[in-house]
Design a protein around this ligand. Structure first.
Ligand code: NAD
Length: 299
């Protein structure tokens, strides 16, 4: 089967390297971002530029969105000059942003009524995973649509799981963000206690990485936290948004998320204190502040 033309909307830290991978895998791409700079980088690599989400949707058979938040996806899909205005019958919309599961369901219902397919397919693995094509992709939607889209998803990720119906991908992403956020907060407290008590934080990371506490957060962020390097990566303001989504899902489904709520407040404090652009591991600087230790700023 010939490769479908892919529309790619949202070319930020994640979207840009993902779009580049698709180009390198031989897919024809039509791209769009409200910021013209990342568009130019893709056009220089032979992608075509769309003038609006509607235009992208009318020129592609598979449309991928990789946008910051729920309202951005809402605007791009349902807004004026949005995807809905241009999408062809039988096309597939894959939203890979991290957004509210309810919005994912709303998109799927609209798709069913308008004759196109929809998947929610948020990811984990960060900018490095996006560059290397090693993302974990948690998908919600129909089995048949998932199977048809697998060749495209395999260009972007390694661990690709259909988690359930539309919305299930976003629910699993919320689970992921709870665990990552809580782990970062725990590591921040551990490193602050250790270093204020006079132990080299690098030694703490080194030894904890070989015991029961070993995990992806320690592996990917531990040494950077020990060095006070909070360059993003994944921004605090986005993790704050993700925990808001998780807490709201907890309300929808009647689940108490007490630990998550505390970490959500910590990320709020990061944003309010002007540190929303720090990497999420920069939560360490907040715990250090509270312990009256001087934190370093991003380089
Ligand atoms: P980003 O802010 O770097 O990129 C978002 C891009 O979307 C920007 O280029 C922005 O100009 C564009 N955009 C915003 N509104 C738009 C609109 N209306 N129309 C067209 N383009 C628009 O964000 P990111 O880090 O790439 O994250 C994207 C999504 O992926 C978020 O939902 C985030 O939570 C999720 N995510 C990020 C990471 C990470 O490590 N950065 C990891 C996993 C998941």
């Amino acid at each position: 089967m010939p490769k479908p033309v892919v529309g790619f909307i949202g070319l930020g830290i994640m979207g840009r390297p993902m779009a580049i991978r698709l180009l390198e895998a031989g897919y024809e791409l039509v791209v769009y971002d409200i910021d013209s700079k990342p568009e130019e980088a893709l056009v220089a690599r032979s992608a075509e530029r769309g003038v609006s989400p509607k235009d992208v949707a009318s020129r592609a058979r598979v449309i991928i969105t990789m946008l910051p938040d729920t309202q951005d996806v809402e605007q791009v899909v349902f807004g004026l000059e949005g995807v809905l205005g241009g999408i062809q019958e039988g096309s597939t919309l894959i939203d890979m942003s991290t957004i509210s599961p309810l919005m994912a369901k709303r998109i799927a219902e609209t798709a069913a009524n308008a004759g196109f397919e929809a998947l929610d397919a948020p990811v984990s693995g960060g900018d490095v995973g996006a560059q290397k094509g090693t993302l974990s992709i948690m998908v919600g939607g129909k089995q048949e649509t998932f199977d048809t889209m697998l060749p495209i998803l395999r260009v972007l990720g390694k661990n690709i799981v259909l988690c359930g119906e539309n919305g299930a991908g976003q629910i699993v992403k919320a689970c992921n963000q709870i665990l990552v956020g809580v782990t970062i907060a725990g590591l921040a407290e551990a490193l602050t206690l250790g270093s204020k008590a006079g132990v080299d934080p690098a030694k703490i990371v080194q030894v904890l990485s070989g015991g029961l506490a070993r995990c992806g957060v320690l592996e990917n962020r531990g040494m950077r936290m020990a060095e006070g390097d909070f360059e993003p990566g994944f921004r605090c303001r986005l993790h704050y948004k993700d925990l808001r989504i998780a807490i709201s899902a907890g309300q929808d489904y009647g689940v108490s998320l007490s630990v998550t709520a505390i970490v959500h407040e910590m990320f709020k404090e990061m944003v309010l204190s002007g540190r929303g652009e720090y990497d999420h591991s920069g939560l360490l600087s907040l715990v250090q502040d509270r312990a009256s230790i001087n934190a370093r700023k991003p380089r």
